[in-house]
Design a protein around this ligand. Structure first.
Ligand code: ZN
Length: 289
């Protein structure tokens, strides 16, 4: 039996040993179980994530209870992370509920304000043994429809990253380097040179946002340069929903949730395994211990 663990040590081991850990956004019990099943089958460390929207939908206590049960039953280390949060009160609520990692996203603010808000979170979270992630620059995507890859000004500046970590003591950092949220229309324009320059200046594990649909060679290259966590949200949401749609296409009158949740769960598990193989986390469950 193992409770939820902070993702700090998992991610430090990942960066030190050149692999990545998948952080999967889950919205239902079945999605959560499917990701855990994938981690167990591949003996991978794993990070479960929920967005603020899902916290409002399900409740931080319910999500933490599900994730804690999963961790207690699992052989692999499991962390529970709050994705993109701009609200300090929700961060506190999630830490109290049992989250082992939180993201404070003040990337839309000035550098100074981002430092101030991040520091406020690291001060309470690190004392509680909870990991913290912050963002520098702006990750584009469906939320704001900004094409980050074409706008140098929105990417994270390497010197700023080093300064930011020194000022905030944040243990994990998501620098904007050209990826976006949602599904890419073309190939994502990842600025690998920027990842390399950031990684040369900061030793903390780096986080790659917008992991859905990044081709395998680019994922591997980003990891080799210092990315240690990759967020995967849209892709597993799509396979989950498509599997349910397929059941209803066959049988529009289906009314037993198990009949459509079982194939949906299987689809998420398969998609998660593919990501774990791609990230190189297979067999690394005991790496951080
Ligand atoms: Zn993100």
């Amino acid at each position: 039996m193992m409770p939820l663990v902070s993702s700090t040590h998992l991610l430090q081991a990942a960066r030190a040993n050149g692999y990545g850990i998948g952080a999967f956004n889950v919205h239902t019990l079945e999605m959560l179980q499917a990701v855990i099943d994938a981690a167990e089958e591949t003996n991978s460390p794993v990070i479960l994530q929920s967005t603020v929207g899902t916290v409002k939908h399900l409740g931080a206590d319910y999500i933490a209870a599900m994730a804690t049960t999963a961790a207690n039953r699992s052989r692999v280390p499991v962390a529970l992370h709050l994705d993109h949060c701009t609200d300090f009160d929700i961060i506190v609520q999630c830490i109290r509920a049992g989250y082992s990692s939180v993201m404070i996203d003040a990337s839309h603010e000035t550098f100074e304000e981002n430092v101030r808000q991040t520091l406020k979170v690291t001060e309470i979270a690190l004392a509680a043994g909870v990991n913290v992630e912050a963002e520098l620059g702006k990750v584009g995507g469906v939320e704001d429809e900004i094409v980050v890859a074409e706008n140098e000004a929105l990417m994270a500046d390497p010197d700023d990253c080093a300064k930011f970590i020194e000022l905030t003591r944040v243990p994990t950092l998501a620098p904007a380097i050209g990826t976006a949220h949602g599904i890419y229309k073309g190939e994502p324009q990842i600025d690998f040179d920027r990842i390399q320059r950031i990684a040369a200046l900061v030793s903390v594990p780096l986080v790659l946002h917008g992991g859905s649909g990044i081709p395998e060679d680019k994922v591997k290259r980003a990891i080799s340069l210092g990315m240690a966590k990759m967020n995967i949200a849209t892709e597993i949401r799509i396979v989950f929903s498509d599997a349910i749609k397929a059941v209803f296409a066959q049988n529009p009158d289906e009314n037993d949730p198990r009949k459509y949740m079982i194939p949906a769960k299987k689809a998420v598990k398969e998609a998660a395994i593919i990501k774990m193989i791609m990230l190189g986390s297979v067999g690394k469950a005991n790496d951080a211990r």
